[in-house]
Design a protein around this ligand. Structure first.
Ligand code: AMO
Length: 428
């Protein structure tokens, strides 16, 4: 028999009182009280109480909690405080049994550690806290796409299987490709830059890959990146785009995900603007004052960023990094060629995004590639596009998973990724 669900539980309303509905969902609770039983039925939209009486109750038999059932019944008013309506059952069919005990408790009465939950991720999704996080992630994606589209950015999808490094550097996964070696893209960097010469403003939201053997709460080997690239914009312009995008997402989620915030017991505060801009040089001075051994040109280590993050809590831009610390495609400042037109968006110590104004003179790019020990001949396809009327352009990339952790107030990206991939986790 084909199962037909007439209503989601969240759709039950006064007009349905006295009418028959067919619901589908999971048994969250089942209490047998002699002549009658009470079922708490949950679907993705809500919960309802179901009353089972008479012959149906006598023949109910064993139904494990968390089994999926179809319940036909009449909607009625309820005295129970926790439910807006209840349903008097006329028929119950078990569509899929759940074993007992389950490997994790979806009600969350028995807390499981994150590894156990990730090993049983599909079941973890029935935990209302976990489900709330992924409902919020859905809204964040929608919000990002809407804001960027409103700002006249076109969504593109660039290849993930590539023939040479997109960013340079060592953190590339390689794979066999019909007798050749291919790589998994680390970012859409080269393609998004190329697209500015035809489409001007582009964005991409896709997964990218980093063969980094990092074991932290903020690194994954497969992460979701939000990238933009815009012709005729400078790094200050794309910082403005980033700031307004982050604020729009925060507002959107704060207003439209009230139930989800209640489920995770974390309430979103909208960041105030403008975000502070702190230069790399200022950071070095602050660190020296705090007794750190650091000189201009040194990279900021995790311990440094923790100090800077304490001095500047919340969102701020860390700008004007030394050229030598930046990738080959970043442009220098006109007034001081040792400094770059670049920035990171920080949330305290956490780096959320990096970006900048790009070089658009191919000879300069070749020089920079050589300086960084990269072979310009590996970038021929990219470099030739700079001879086709490449506009000046700027952009950034932001880790969606990291942005999500700031929204939900949890500091492990694994909580906001369905099936996280890290050096120790390749399954399920
Ligand atoms: P970058 O390498 O700084 O810049 O990456 C941009 C942002 O992506 C996120 N991110 C990660 N998130 C989780 N796990 C990882 N292993 C990981 N690596 C990066 C971070 C980071 O800030 N092409 C440039 C961007 C640009 O200039 O447009 C780039 O990829 O949030």
């Amino acid at each position: 028999m084909v199962f037909v669900k007439t209503h989601d539980i969240g759709e039950l309303n006064d007009n349905l009182i006295g009418k028959q509905v067919v619901l589908g969902g999971w048994i969250e609770d089942l209490r047998k009280l002699g002549k009658m039983s009470f079922i708490t039925l949950r679907d993705v939209t809500g919960i309802s109480q179901v009353i089972v009486k008479g012959e149906l109750n006598d023949n109910l038999g064993e139904i494990n909690r968390q089994s999926v059932v179809s319940i036909t019944g009449i909607v009625q008013e309820t005295k129970a405080r926790d439910f807006p309506f209840e349903v008097k059952a006329e028929g119950i069919e078990v569509l899929g049994k759940a074993v007992h005990p389950l490997p994790v408790d979806p009600i969350g009465r028995m807390e499981s550690n994150i590894d156990t939950r990730l090993n049983h991720r599909a079941l973890d999704m029935r935990n209302q806290k976990t489900a709330a996080i992924f409902k919020m992630r859905h809204h964040v994606l929608q919000s990002l796409r809407k804001t960027l589209s409103d700002k006249k950015f076109l969504e593109i999808t660039t290849p993930k299987i590539i023939g040479s490094a997109s960013e340079g550097g060592a953190d590339l996964f390689s794979l066999k490709y019909f007798g050749k070696t291919a790589y998994l893209a680390q970012s859409p960097q080269l393609y998004k830059e190329q697209m500015t010469l035809g489409l001007e403003r582009v964005f991409e939201i896709s997964n990218f890959y980093r063969a980094e053997n990092s074991h932290t709460g903020r690194h994954l080997t497969e992460f979701t990146s939000i990238d933009i690239e815009a012709a005729f914009m400078d790094y200050n312009d794309v910082m403005d785009v980033l700031e307004s995008l982050v604020v729009a997402v925060y507002k959107d989620i704060s207003e439209n995900c009230k139930n989800e915030q209640e489920s995770i017991e974390h309430y979103i505060e909208i960041p105030s603007t403008p975000f502070e801009k702190v230069t790399y040089t200022q950071c070095v001075e602050e660190l020296k004052k705090e007794g750190e051994q650091i000189e201009f040109g040194d990279d900021l280590q995790d311990s440094h960023l923790r100090i800077i993050g304490k001095n500047h809590p919340g969102f701020f831009f860390l700008t004007d990094w030394p050229m030598k610390l930046k990738p080959f495609y970043i442009r220098e400042k006109d007034e001081d060629a040792t400094l770059s037109r670049s920035f990171d968006l920080q949330y305290g110590f956490l780096e959320l995004s990096s970006g900048g104004t790009r070089l658009h003179n191919p000879e300069m790019i070749k020089e920079r590639l050589k300086e960084q020990g990269l072979d310009p001949s590996q970038f021929t396809d990219h470099l030739k596009t700079f001879e086709w009327g490449m506009p000046p352009h700027s952009g950034w990339g932001m880790g969606l998973d990291r942005l999500m952790t700031t929204l939900i107030g949890i500091d492990n990206v694994r909580e906001v990724v369905l099936y996280p991939r890290d050096p120790d986790r390749l399954n399920p």
